[in-house]
Ligand binder design. Structure first.
Ligand code: TXA
Ligand code: MG
Length: 321
């Protein structure tokens, strides 16, 4: 059993694993991360291997304090300070000019590095004990559902990872929002756990990155991602007609208004709370994936606040099929 409860003692064991070049999965407020020493290229290479991740996908470095931050990137812009002060620790990743100490394998050769300070006591304690930035993608196999519990991690990466720290279910449930910050512009590379509206209130208008599929620098930009192993479609009357008589699992927003015999129904949030819906999203998709149905249909949610991140994940999950 590689799952260990995230006590201080076990966090110290995980820190030792990372310091000596191993892989430790740990909880953050967004999803579970697959952590390695972010300054050790060989350790980072193990992440790609474990996930079957194409090398063109750069990783996020997780820091616990400003000292660590200053060592890995340039803070060359007032907006950066503003965003950090306002939203860190939290579900916000910033893509910033990197310093030489950051290995190329972390950034895929880019001259920028993605950084974030997670808002989770276990993650912060682990990074502090490790005493270096931790490189961590979501702890899932490439392209599959993201993990929001230690069990999800064990299912996908139980063989590959040295240790899994269990800190319960992730509070936010979708990955961090990723921003690229240039001199004149803030660009959203991936909608996520911090709603765009909240960012705009603090930093002014942001723009959405146009997809450039020939050179994706964010898997959020790949046409399919976050996919369950069985086909997922966005729910519509037409789709339901096509699936008539089939074993269908439904992921619905707040209630079941459909005149269709679903085999399994999961309701994201009866009280229509988008935070609750985001927190349940990947957990329910994991459950549906394992429920024995042949298809999953997912209802659209309103695209405000966290609804943007939820729809982004659902559309990418559906694009694979
Ligand atoms: O919430 C999260 O962000 C989680 C937790 C574990 O922190 N991590 C996560 O990592 O979602 P990952 O690797 O699954 O997604 C990181 C995203 C990728 O889409 C990657 O392409 C993008 O960050 N990224 C990393 N470095 C980048 C860079 N220098 N420029 C542009 N995008 C970058
Ligand atoms: Mg991921």
């Amino acid at each position: 059993m590689k799952i260990l409860e995230a006590t201080e003692q076990n966090i110290s064991i995980a820190a030792e694993v990372i310091k000596t070049g191993g892989l430790a999965a740990f909880p953050t407020e967004t999803v579970y991360g697959l952590g390695a020493d972010g300054l050790n290229p060989i350790a980072v290479a193990k992440i790609f291997e474990a996930k079957n991740r194409p090398a063109f996908n750069p990783l996020i470095l997780h820091v616990a304090n400003y000292n660590q931050l200053e060592k890995i990137c340039l803070l060359n812009n007032k907006k950066i300070e503003l965003l950090i002060t306002e939203f860190w620790p939290g579900p916000l990743t910033l893509v910033l000019p990197k310093k030489n100490i950051v290995p190329d394998i972390v950034t895929s050769g880019n001259n920028t590095v993605a950084v974030r300070m997670p808002d989770h006591p276990v993650a912060l304690s682990l990074i502090t004990k490790t005493d270096r930035p931790i490189a961590a993608p979501s702890a899932n196999k490439f392209g599959e559902l993201s993990p929001t519990t230690s069990k999800h991690v064990q299912k996908q990466l139980g063989k590959e990872v040295d240790i899994i720290l269990d800190g319960g279910a992730c509070r936010v449930g979708v990955e961090s929002t990723i921003l690229e910050i240039t001199e004149n512009e803030i660009i959203i590379l991936r909608p996520g756990g911090l709603p765009v509206e909240e960012i705009e209130e603090v930093a002014g208008k942001v723009s959405l990155k146009k997809n450039n599929l020939s050179k994706p620098n964010s898997p959020g930009q790949l046409p399919f991602h976050y996919s369950p192993k069985i086909p997922l479609k966005i729910l519509s009357e037409k789709v339901l007609e096509e699936l008539n008589g089939k074993k269908v699992g439904a992921l619905l927003f707040s209630r079941n208004n459909y005149d269709f015999e679903f085999d399994v129904v999961k309701i994201l949030s009866e009280k229509k709370d988008l935070h609750e819906a985001a927190a349940n999203l990947f957990s329910y998709l994991h459950e549906l994936e394992n429920s024995g149905v042949d298809f999953i249909v997912a209802e659209r949610v309103e695209e405000t606040g966290l609804g943007k991140a939820i729809m982004d994940r659902l559309i990418r999950a559906s694009n694979k099929y």
